[in-house]
Write a protein that binds this ligand. Structure first.
Ligand SMILES: *Cc1c(COP(=O)(O)O)cnc(C)c1O
Length: 426
């Protein structure tokens, strides 16, 4: 980890060219790497030497970008994946197998909910979902003998609940398991979960990190703080010989790099969700301005939220940026410099009024995306959850009038002017 301020890390971390080398991180657009002797290649396969041999496992462009994200989070080791979904899948399956269990905050991204509630269940890993606002007793009651990890989102998508890191880390560690946090929405600019007890962080880099809606991608960062050996029986996959890799013991050989090395050597080898070097290059360009963009996203979100709050046709506004919000206190504690640019609001007149307003927007676009430079909206009742009737929507926690608004970094004046003319149609 470098000692630079986070703004400097956005620019400088990850790629340190030597004399006469390219100033800017190059795209190593090569599937493979050349060696002089068969013996040397053999040592690479045995993980006895570090070096590149096949891009599915490691690539210099990807590694430099992973190193930057690692530095931003204050971690010990990191890897890129092809998507945020792959990152959250690997983060769990790296330490869970058939017969295991995880505890998971219920307020999470829909894709992650499906992954943990259904897909990994078919693979024999069960999840218990807990309300992130539960008491410590309720949280502790969710653990089982076979629990291997706890998972939550630092700011949940789209419900915008701020995770009480200390409560979740305390419960996880009391049961001898790591806390895994998806830090996509605040990004390390606004929140660094390792400082609050999280052990592993994941990202959908597709969102603010790329920030320009060009590349789907993900990342996993390990703090190196969780003591796998102290719970060696539970994490035999890390502390006992891996027979599929010549009997390597990851914790012995790689120390704080054990978890990420295993995820690369085993899961990436077998499942192959690698990020393309071209996408990693574009992600790196996004990361260079992440600190500037996050400031503007948050400032604009706050200004737009205040405008909406005072509009007669708006029923409610939700963002931890507002002092009146129930998540404001937690946000002040864990992310005092800002949260994210995503807000939600409802319009008087319900679903029909929402659709009329959204269809009247001129600059702000209707898209299935959040957290890029351009302002955009999505109406879950008409889009992602459109198969449900009003009663089912309410039971699923999606109010029929909820509009998810990803506030971009255009001028707040223009964003508000567009909302103004559209709300006049409600
Ligand atoms: C979008 C998102 C994901 C999934 O990421 P993809 O890159 O789309 O696969 C996971 N977690 C959160 C919080 C997200 O917003």
């Amino acid at each position: 980890m470098s000692n630079y301020q986070i703004e400097t890390k956005c620019i400088q971390s990850g790629w340190n060219p030597g004399n006469g080398e390219p100033r800017v991180l190059p795209i190593y657009q090569s599937t493979t790497f050349k060696y002089e002797s068969s013996d040397q290649m053999g040592r690479l396969f045995d993980l006895e030497e570090s070096g590149y041999f096949y891009t599915r496992l490691q690539n210099p462009t990807n590694d430099a970008v992973a190193a930057k994200i690692c530095d931003l989070e204050g971690g010990a080791a990191a890897m890129l994946t092809s998507s945020g979904q792959a990152a959250n899948f690997y983060a769990i399956m790296n330490i869970c197998e058939k017969g295991d269990h995880i505890v998971c905050a219920s307020a999470i991204y829909g894709g992650t909910y499906n992954l943990y509630a259904h897909t990994i269940r078919k693979m024999g890993v069960d999840a218990t979902f807990v309300d992130p606002e539960c008491t410590e007793e309720e949280l502790n009651a969710a653990f089982q003998e076979n629990t291997k990890a706890v998972f939550g989102e630092s700011i949940s998508n789209p419900s915008l609940v701020v995770l009480d890191f200390e409560k979740f880390a305390k419960a996880a560690h009391a049961h001898g398991v790591p806390l895994i946090v998806d830090n996509t929405f605040p990004t390390p600019i606004n929140c660094r979960p390792f400082e609050w007890g999280a052990d592993i962080v994941t990202h959908s880099t597709t969102k603010y990190m790329d920030g320009h809606a060009t590349c789907v991608g993900g990342a996993i960062v390990d703090s190196g703080n969780f003591d796998w050996e102290a719970h060696g029986d539970k994490y035999a996959c890390l502390t006992q010989p891996d027979e599929t890799y010549h009997g390597v013991v990851y914790t012995e050989r790689f120390g704080k790099g054990a978890y990420i090395t295993k995820a690369t050597a085993q899961l990436m080898r077998d499942l192959g969700s690698i990020q393309s070097p071209q996408n990693a290059f574009l992600l790196n360009l996004g990361l260079e301005t992440l600190h500037l963009r996050m400031k503007q996203h948050c400032a604009n979100a706050k200004e737009v939220a205040k405008y909406l709050q005072n509009h007669e046709k708006v029923a409610w506004v939700h963002t931890p940026e507002l002092e009146t919000d129930k998540n404001y206190e937690l946000a002040q504690k864990y992310m005092p410099d800002g949260t994210c640019g995503v807000i939600t609001f409802g319009i008087k007149g319900g679903k029909e009024a929402c659709v009329r307003v959204m269809d009247s927007l001129k600059m702000i676009a209707i898209v299935t995306h959040v957290a890029d430079a351009r302002s955009c909206v999505l109406h879950p009742a008409s889009h992602t959850h459109r198969q449900m009737n009003e009663q089912e929507l309410i039971e699923a926690g999606v109010q029929p009038d909820l509009i998810r608004f990803s506030v971009g970094i255009e001028s707040a004046k223009d964003i508000i002017a567009d909302l103004e003319q559209a709300l006049a149609q409600a």
